[in-house]
Design a protein around this ligand. Structure first.
Ligand code: PLP
Length: 352
């Protein structure tokens, strides 16, 4: 059997439901729904009651609009495809004053949100006063405002406090307009889990927690159940005598006679090289990875492991957030890497 990626749509639904039941969620669907797959993710989120969707990619935004007409689709990145934005009723983010000045007239027929740059320094208006000037001018249909925190995930770094203060100041300057806005959204998963929904905000705007992963490790595991599983199969078992090597360029050198399981998964499937510094699970036991190659992985095993056994790289014990904590990479890095074309993809569908 090929390496297998299992996508648990039912769990995705349950996770989304637990969020949406308590506050409105603008769910981030960028990068093919964090690589879960747009269709599966959308179906689960919509069934959970979510009606607001965000992405950075216009094609994804158009796809989202094609699913239902009554939802809100927010394009987080700028675009000058004004005809398409209008045709598909996609809410455009105005990224800064320069864009506003250049495209004010083209934006008159679409809905827009204004974004505040804050410490992320990606897109955004530089000041609250600039945003207020745009609102004062009244030329556009502005339905929302937002910002994005660069430090909410960094518990040790108090620049998150500064970002929040900056944003509070923006809200105070824009206070005459807030009641008329249908969406005020600032909080990613970490910010929401640290602070709850901020006052005056209509939505959280989350990715990782909606996809079943804790944004930081100090949170209880029960907050998010992992929605994917990745496994391979032991295709062969070899014994490498003490002093001999295995893998290209002697990637592994045996310090003692060593049994290695040769498994049918590798970085070609999108497993991060950093992941190979850590363990896998075979028959509920933990074993260290010895070498990760493009289409193979060697695992140091004992006598309990045989050809045909299933080897888990990610499951309910080997969680994405556990490996983030170990330094393998952010949830999104681990997920985005997985190349669905190279896996046998199994789906645990929504139960009806
Ligand atoms: C603008 C914006 N909002 C929200 C999110 C969701 O963040 P998280 O996945 O940490 O909840 C992202 C993710 O990168 C983002 O870029």
């Amino acid at each position: 059997m090929a390496a297998t990626l299992t996508l648990n749509q039912q769990r995705l639904y349950e996770q989304a439901r637990s969020l949406q039941d308590n506050q409105n969620v603008l769910v981030v669907m960028k990068n093919n729904a964090y690589n879960f797959g747009m269709s599966l993710a959308y179906e689960a989120f919509y069934k959970a009651g979510i009606r607001s969707f965000a992405t950075t990619n216009l094609d994804e935004a158009i796809w989202l609009r094609a699913q239902h007409s009554e939802t809100v689709i927010v394009l987080l990145d700028p675009s000058t495809e004004f005809d398409l934005l209008k045709k598909h009723d996609i809410t455009l983010t105005i990224p800064n004053m320069a864009f506003y000045k250049m495209y004010k007239e083209q934006c008159e027929t679409i809905k827009v949100h204004l974004v505040f740059k804050n410490l992320l320094n990606r897109f955004g208006f530089d000041t609250a006063e600039e945003m207020k000037a745009v609102l004062d001018e009244g030329a556009l249909t502005i339905t929302g405002i937002w910002t994005h925190f660069a430090f909410a995930d960094e518990l040790e770094d108090d620049r998150y406090t500064i970002e929040k203060e900056n944003w509070q100041y923006v809200l105070s300057v824009l206070s005459p307009y807030l009641d008329a806005l249908t969406m005020i959204h600032a909080q990613n998963s970490a910010s929401f889990l640290r602070d709850g929904l901020f006052d005056q905000h209509t939505h959280i705007r989350v990715g990782v927690i909606a996809y079943g992963t804790r944004p930081y490790y100090e949170l209880p595991e029960s907050l998010a159940r992992q929605t994917i599983e990745v496994s391979a199969t032991v295709k062969d078992v070899v014994t490498v005598p003490k002093g001999e090597s295995a893998g290209y360029s002697a990637a592994f050198v045996a310090e003692e006679d060593t049994r290695l399981a040769i498994c049918d998964i590798g970085y070609g499937n999108g497993i991060l090289r950093t992941r190979s510094k850590h363990e896998v699970m075979i028959n509920d036991q933990i074993y260290p990875i010895a070498v990760l190659m493009m289409s193979h992985m060697m695992v140091k095993i004992d006598e309990q492991v045989s050809i045909g056994d299933q080897v888990f790289l990610y499951n309910d014990t080997l969680r994405l957030d556990y490996f983030t904590q170990k330094g393998v990479g952010a949830f999104s890095e681990q997920m985005a890497g997985l190349n669905q074309n190279t896996f046998a993809v199994k789906t645990i569908r929504l139960s009806s």
